[in-house]
Write a new protein. Structure first.
Length: 317
Protein backbone atom coordinates (compact mmCIF):
# COMPACT_ATOMS: atom_id res chain seq x y z
CA UNK A 1 0.00 0.00 0.00
CA UNK A 2 1.24 3.50 -0.84
CA UNK A 3 1.95 6.32 1.55
CA UNK A 4 -1.03 8.45 0.54
CA UNK A 5 -4.76 7.94 0.02
CA UNK A 6 -6.07 6.94 -3.37
CA UNK A 7 -8.39 9.87 -4.20
CA UNK A 8 -10.35 7.71 -6.67
CA UNK A 9 -11.58 5.49 -3.82
CA UNK A 10 -14.90 6.69 -2.47
CA UNK A 11 -13.86 7.05 1.16
CA UNK A 12 -10.50 8.53 0.16
CA UNK A 13 -12.10 11.32 -1.86
CA UNK A 14 -14.43 12.13 1.03
CA UNK A 15 -11.51 12.38 3.46
CA UNK A 16 -9.61 14.70 1.15
CA UNK A 17 -12.40 17.10 0.18
CA UNK A 18 -15.64 16.33 1.99
CA UNK A 19 -14.95 17.37 5.59
CA UNK A 20 -14.89 20.70 7.41
CA UNK A 21 -11.25 20.18 8.33
CA UNK A 22 -10.29 19.78 4.67
CA UNK A 23 -12.74 22.30 3.21
CA UNK A 24 -9.97 24.77 2.37
CA UNK A 25 -8.45 22.13 0.06
CA UNK A 26 -11.69 21.98 -1.93
CA UNK A 27 -11.89 25.79 -2.01
CA UNK A 28 -8.34 25.98 -3.36
CA UNK A 29 -8.93 23.29 -5.97
CA UNK A 30 -12.07 25.01 -7.28
CA UNK A 31 -10.44 28.43 -7.28
CA UNK A 32 -7.55 27.07 -9.34
CA UNK A 33 -10.03 25.37 -11.68
CA UNK A 34 -11.97 28.60 -12.23
CA UNK A 35 -8.94 30.87 -12.03
CA UNK A 36 -9.83 34.39 -13.13
CA UNK A 37 -13.55 33.57 -13.46
CA UNK A 38 -14.92 32.88 -9.99
CA UNK A 39 -13.35 33.43 -6.59
CA UNK A 40 -14.55 31.36 -3.63
CA UNK A 41 -13.88 32.60 -0.11
CA UNK A 42 -15.75 29.92 1.82
CA UNK A 43 -17.97 26.91 1.19
CA UNK A 44 -20.87 25.37 3.06
CA UNK A 45 -21.49 21.65 2.59
CA UNK A 46 -25.03 20.77 1.56
CA UNK A 47 -27.10 17.61 1.76
CA UNK A 48 -26.00 15.36 -1.10
CA UNK A 49 -29.39 13.62 -1.38
CA UNK A 50 -32.14 15.20 -3.46
CA UNK A 51 -35.31 13.09 -3.22
CA UNK A 52 -37.65 12.42 -6.09
CA UNK A 53 -40.43 14.92 -6.62
CA UNK A 54 -42.92 12.10 -7.31
CA UNK A 55 -43.36 8.51 -6.19
CA UNK A 56 -42.41 7.20 -9.61
CA UNK A 57 -39.72 9.81 -10.20
CA UNK A 58 -35.98 9.56 -9.79
CA UNK A 59 -33.98 11.29 -7.09
CA UNK A 60 -30.40 12.44 -7.22
CA UNK A 61 -27.45 11.68 -4.96
CA UNK A 62 -24.36 13.78 -5.43
CA UNK A 63 -20.79 13.00 -4.43
CA UNK A 64 -20.11 16.47 -3.05
CA UNK A 65 -22.46 19.42 -2.99
CA UNK A 66 -21.71 22.82 -1.51
CA UNK A 67 -22.37 26.53 -1.97
CA UNK A 68 -20.26 29.64 -1.60
CA UNK A 69 -21.02 32.90 0.18
CA UNK A 70 -22.75 34.28 -2.92
CA UNK A 71 -25.11 31.31 -3.16
CA UNK A 72 -23.44 29.61 -6.15
CA UNK A 73 -23.81 25.83 -5.94
CA UNK A 74 -20.97 23.44 -6.73
CA UNK A 75 -21.51 19.75 -7.44
CA UNK A 76 -18.34 17.65 -7.61
CA UNK A 77 -18.51 14.12 -9.00
CA UNK A 78 -15.80 11.50 -9.47
CA UNK A 79 -16.38 8.75 -12.03
CA UNK A 80 -14.05 5.77 -12.29
CA UNK A 81 -15.58 3.73 -15.11
CA UNK A 82 -17.22 4.66 -18.39
CA UNK A 83 -21.01 4.62 -18.28
CA UNK A 84 -23.74 5.19 -20.81
CA UNK A 85 -25.45 8.55 -20.44
CA UNK A 86 -22.98 9.86 -17.85
CA UNK A 87 -22.94 13.34 -19.40
CA UNK A 88 -26.73 13.34 -19.46
CA UNK A 89 -26.73 12.35 -15.80
CA UNK A 90 -24.45 15.28 -15.05
CA UNK A 91 -26.84 17.66 -16.78
CA UNK A 92 -29.76 16.15 -14.88
CA UNK A 93 -27.97 16.71 -11.58
CA UNK A 94 -27.37 20.38 -12.39
CA UNK A 95 -30.96 20.91 -13.51
CA UNK A 96 -32.23 19.45 -10.25
CA UNK A 97 -29.93 21.78 -8.33
CA UNK A 98 -31.40 24.72 -10.25
CA UNK A 99 -34.99 23.61 -9.70
CA UNK A 100 -34.59 23.13 -5.96
CA UNK A 101 -33.91 26.87 -5.66
CA UNK A 102 -37.52 27.58 -6.59
CA UNK A 103 -39.73 29.13 -3.94
CA UNK A 104 -43.49 28.81 -3.48
CA UNK A 105 -45.76 31.76 -3.99
CA UNK A 106 -46.05 34.65 -6.44
CA UNK A 107 -43.37 36.73 -4.71
CA UNK A 108 -40.51 34.65 -6.12
CA UNK A 109 -39.15 36.26 -9.28
CA UNK A 110 -36.99 33.36 -10.53
CA UNK A 111 -33.84 34.69 -8.94
CA UNK A 112 -31.54 31.68 -9.18
CA UNK A 113 -27.86 31.31 -8.35
CA UNK A 114 -25.36 29.68 -10.70
CA UNK A 115 -24.83 25.93 -10.50
CA UNK A 116 -21.42 24.49 -11.37
CA UNK A 117 -20.83 20.82 -12.09
CA UNK A 118 -17.25 19.57 -11.84
CA UNK A 119 -16.81 15.99 -13.09
CA UNK A 120 -13.48 14.21 -12.70
CA UNK A 121 -13.31 11.20 -15.02
CA UNK A 122 -10.73 8.46 -14.60
CA UNK A 123 -11.23 7.33 -18.21
CA UNK A 124 -11.59 8.67 -21.74
CA UNK A 125 -15.24 9.30 -22.52
CA UNK A 126 -14.85 9.05 -26.29
CA UNK A 127 -16.62 12.37 -26.74
CA UNK A 128 -13.45 14.44 -26.81
CA UNK A 129 -9.70 14.16 -27.21
CA UNK A 130 -8.69 16.72 -24.60
CA UNK A 131 -8.34 17.04 -20.84
CA UNK A 132 -10.88 19.75 -20.12
CA UNK A 133 -14.31 20.25 -21.64
CA UNK A 134 -16.31 23.33 -20.59
CA UNK A 135 -20.03 23.43 -21.31
CA UNK A 136 -21.80 26.79 -21.11
CA UNK A 137 -25.09 28.32 -22.25
CA UNK A 138 -24.13 30.48 -25.21
CA UNK A 139 -25.55 31.91 -28.40
CA UNK A 140 -24.92 29.41 -31.18
CA UNK A 141 -24.06 32.01 -33.81
CA UNK A 142 -21.88 34.42 -31.85
CA UNK A 143 -20.59 32.16 -29.08
CA UNK A 144 -21.46 34.91 -26.60
CA UNK A 145 -22.42 33.75 -23.11
CA UNK A 146 -26.21 33.78 -22.76
CA UNK A 147 -26.51 32.73 -19.12
CA UNK A 148 -24.08 31.81 -16.35
CA UNK A 149 -26.62 29.79 -14.39
CA UNK A 150 -25.39 26.36 -15.54
CA UNK A 151 -21.77 25.40 -16.11
CA UNK A 152 -20.35 21.91 -16.64
CA UNK A 153 -16.65 21.12 -16.50
CA UNK A 154 -15.42 17.63 -17.41
CA UNK A 155 -11.82 16.65 -16.64
CA UNK A 156 -10.70 13.44 -18.35
CA UNK A 157 -7.60 12.52 -16.38
CA UNK A 158 -6.01 10.08 -18.89
CA UNK A 159 -5.38 13.10 -21.12
CA UNK A 160 -3.23 14.70 -18.41
CA UNK A 161 0.25 13.35 -19.15
CA UNK A 162 2.59 15.94 -17.65
CA UNK A 163 5.38 14.86 -15.32
CA UNK A 164 6.12 16.65 -12.06
CA UNK A 165 8.79 18.94 -13.51
CA UNK A 166 6.49 19.89 -16.40
CA UNK A 167 3.67 21.30 -14.25
CA UNK A 168 3.57 25.08 -14.45
CA UNK A 169 0.26 26.32 -13.06
CA UNK A 170 -1.27 25.61 -9.62
CA UNK A 171 -4.11 23.71 -11.30
CA UNK A 172 -1.67 21.47 -13.17
CA UNK A 173 -0.06 20.73 -9.81
CA UNK A 174 -3.44 19.68 -8.44
CA UNK A 175 -4.06 17.42 -11.43
CA UNK A 176 -0.66 15.78 -11.12
CA UNK A 177 -1.20 15.07 -7.42
CA UNK A 178 -4.72 13.69 -7.87
CA UNK A 179 -3.65 11.44 -10.72
CA UNK A 180 -0.57 10.08 -8.95
CA UNK A 181 -1.28 10.48 -5.23
CA UNK A 182 -1.50 6.80 -4.33
CA UNK A 183 1.90 6.20 -5.96
CA UNK A 184 3.76 9.18 -4.49
CA UNK A 185 6.46 8.78 -1.85
CA UNK A 186 6.42 12.50 -1.04
CA UNK A 187 4.00 15.36 -1.60
CA UNK A 188 5.36 17.55 -4.42
CA UNK A 189 4.98 21.31 -4.95
CA UNK A 190 4.99 22.23 -1.26
CA UNK A 191 7.42 25.04 -1.97
CA UNK A 192 5.07 26.49 -4.59
CA UNK A 193 1.83 26.09 -2.58
CA UNK A 194 1.88 26.06 1.21
CA UNK A 195 -1.54 24.40 1.38
CA UNK A 196 0.02 21.20 0.05
CA UNK A 197 1.68 20.85 3.46
CA UNK A 198 -1.81 20.36 4.89
CA UNK A 199 -2.74 18.07 2.00
CA UNK A 200 0.26 15.90 2.87
CA UNK A 201 -1.00 15.52 6.43
CA UNK A 202 -4.63 14.80 5.52
CA UNK A 203 -3.75 12.44 2.67
CA UNK A 204 -1.25 10.43 4.69
CA UNK A 205 -2.62 6.94 5.33
CA UNK A 206 -0.65 6.80 8.57
CA UNK A 207 -2.58 9.84 9.84
CA UNK A 208 -6.02 8.27 9.51
CA UNK A 209 -7.95 7.39 12.63
CA UNK A 210 -8.62 3.71 13.28
CA UNK A 211 -12.21 4.06 12.05
CA UNK A 212 -11.18 5.98 8.95
CA UNK A 213 -8.51 3.39 8.15
CA UNK A 214 -10.97 0.51 8.42
CA UNK A 215 -13.48 2.26 6.18
CA UNK A 216 -10.81 3.27 3.70
CA UNK A 217 -9.31 -0.24 3.54
CA UNK A 218 -12.72 -1.76 2.90
CA UNK A 219 -13.51 0.78 0.19
CA UNK A 220 -10.08 0.23 -1.36
CA UNK A 221 -10.64 -3.53 -1.48
CA UNK A 222 -13.97 -3.08 -3.26
CA UNK A 223 -12.39 -0.58 -5.65
CA UNK A 224 -9.60 -3.01 -6.55
CA UNK A 225 -11.94 -5.98 -6.89
CA UNK A 226 -14.23 -4.04 -9.20
CA UNK A 227 -11.34 -2.71 -11.25
CA UNK A 228 -10.00 -6.24 -11.69
CA UNK A 229 -13.41 -7.40 -12.86
CA UNK A 230 -13.62 -4.58 -15.38
CA UNK A 231 -10.12 -5.36 -16.67
CA UNK A 232 -10.90 -9.07 -16.81
CA UNK A 233 -14.14 -8.50 -18.73
CA UNK A 234 -12.35 -6.33 -21.26
CA UNK A 235 -9.54 -8.85 -21.75
CA UNK A 236 -11.92 -11.75 -22.12
CA UNK A 237 -14.18 -9.85 -24.51
CA UNK A 238 -11.31 -8.86 -26.79
CA UNK A 239 -9.72 -12.29 -26.67
CA UNK A 240 -12.81 -14.38 -27.44
CA UNK A 241 -15.05 -11.85 -29.21
CA UNK A 242 -18.22 -13.39 -27.80
CA UNK A 243 -20.62 -12.77 -24.95
CA UNK A 244 -19.85 -16.13 -23.31
CA UNK A 245 -16.42 -14.79 -22.46
CA UNK A 246 -18.01 -12.59 -19.80
CA UNK A 247 -19.70 -15.38 -17.82
CA UNK A 248 -16.87 -15.99 -15.37
CA UNK A 249 -16.46 -12.26 -14.84
CA UNK A 250 -20.14 -11.98 -13.90
CA UNK A 251 -19.76 -14.82 -11.42
CA UNK A 252 -16.83 -12.98 -9.86
CA UNK A 253 -18.97 -9.85 -9.77
CA UNK A 254 -21.75 -11.66 -7.92
CA UNK A 255 -19.18 -12.91 -5.41
CA UNK A 256 -17.86 -9.43 -4.73
CA UNK A 257 -21.34 -7.96 -4.32
CA UNK A 258 -22.37 -10.76 -1.98
CA UNK A 259 -19.37 -9.98 0.22
CA UNK A 260 -20.70 -6.46 0.61
CA UNK A 261 -24.48 -6.98 0.53
CA UNK A 262 -24.96 -10.57 1.66
CA UNK A 263 -27.55 -12.80 -0.06
CA UNK A 264 -29.31 -9.87 -1.72
CA UNK A 265 -26.08 -9.04 -3.53
CA UNK A 266 -27.05 -11.32 -6.42
CA UNK A 267 -29.91 -8.98 -7.22
CA UNK A 268 -27.57 -6.01 -7.21
CA UNK A 269 -25.28 -7.75 -9.70
CA UNK A 270 -28.15 -8.74 -11.96
CA UNK A 271 -29.55 -5.20 -11.80
CA UNK A 272 -26.14 -3.89 -12.82
CA UNK A 273 -26.06 -6.31 -15.72
CA UNK A 274 -29.39 -5.19 -17.14
CA UNK A 275 -29.20 -1.54 -16.10
CA UNK A 276 -28.00 -0.16 -19.43
CA UNK A 277 -30.42 -1.04 -22.26
CA UNK A 278 -28.07 0.65 -24.72
CA UNK A 279 -25.86 -2.42 -24.55
CA UNK A 280 -28.50 -4.73 -26.04
CA UNK A 281 -27.56 -3.96 -29.62
CA UNK A 282 -24.05 -5.14 -28.88
CA UNK A 283 -25.37 -8.60 -28.04
CA UNK A 284 -27.44 -8.71 -31.20
CA UNK A 285 -24.40 -7.69 -33.23
CA UNK A 286 -22.29 -10.36 -31.55
CA UNK A 287 -19.85 -7.76 -30.21
CA UNK A 288 -18.65 -9.57 -27.08
CA UNK A 289 -16.00 -7.00 -26.30
CA UNK A 290 -18.44 -4.10 -26.40
CA UNK A 291 -21.02 -5.89 -24.28
CA UNK A 292 -18.33 -6.85 -21.79
CA UNK A 293 -17.32 -3.23 -21.41
CA UNK A 294 -20.91 -2.00 -20.99
CA UNK A 295 -21.79 -4.67 -18.47
CA UNK A 296 -18.62 -4.29 -16.46
CA UNK A 297 -18.97 -0.53 -16.34
CA UNK A 298 -22.60 -0.76 -15.22
CA UNK A 299 -21.65 -3.27 -12.53
CA UNK A 300 -18.79 -1.08 -11.36
CA UNK A 301 -21.22 1.83 -11.09
CA UNK A 302 -23.82 -0.14 -9.12
CA UNK A 303 -21.35 -1.54 -6.61
CA UNK A 304 -19.49 1.71 -6.10
CA UNK A 305 -22.61 3.78 -5.60
CA UNK A 306 -24.13 1.28 -3.18
CA UNK A 307 -21.01 0.79 -1.08
CA UNK A 308 -20.19 4.49 -1.07
CA UNK A 309 -23.60 5.46 0.30
CA UNK A 310 -23.57 2.63 2.82
CA UNK A 311 -20.61 4.32 4.47
CA UNK A 312 -21.80 7.87 3.91
CA UNK A 313 -18.85 8.18 1.57
CA UNK A 314 -18.38 9.69 -1.86
CA UNK A 315 -16.19 9.63 -4.89
CA UNK A 316 -16.19 6.20 -6.47
CA UNK A 317 -18.72 6.81 -9.20
Amino acid sequence: MGKFINPWVDRGFKILFGREISKDLLVDFLNDLFDGEHSIVDLTFLNVELPSETIEGRGAIFDLKCKDADGAVFIVEVQNASQCYFHERGLYYLCRAVCEQGEKGPEWKFGICPVYGVFLLNFKSGRTDKLRTDIILADRETGKLFSDKIRQVYLEMPFFTKEEDECETPFEMWLYILKNMDKLERMPFKAQKQLFEKLEQIAGIGNLTKEERLEYDEALKVYRDCKNIVDYAKDEGHAEGKVEGLAEGVEDLVGVVRQVHGPRGHGVAVAAAVHEPAGSHLVQDGDGAGWANVLAAAAFHAIGRSVGHAHGAVGLV
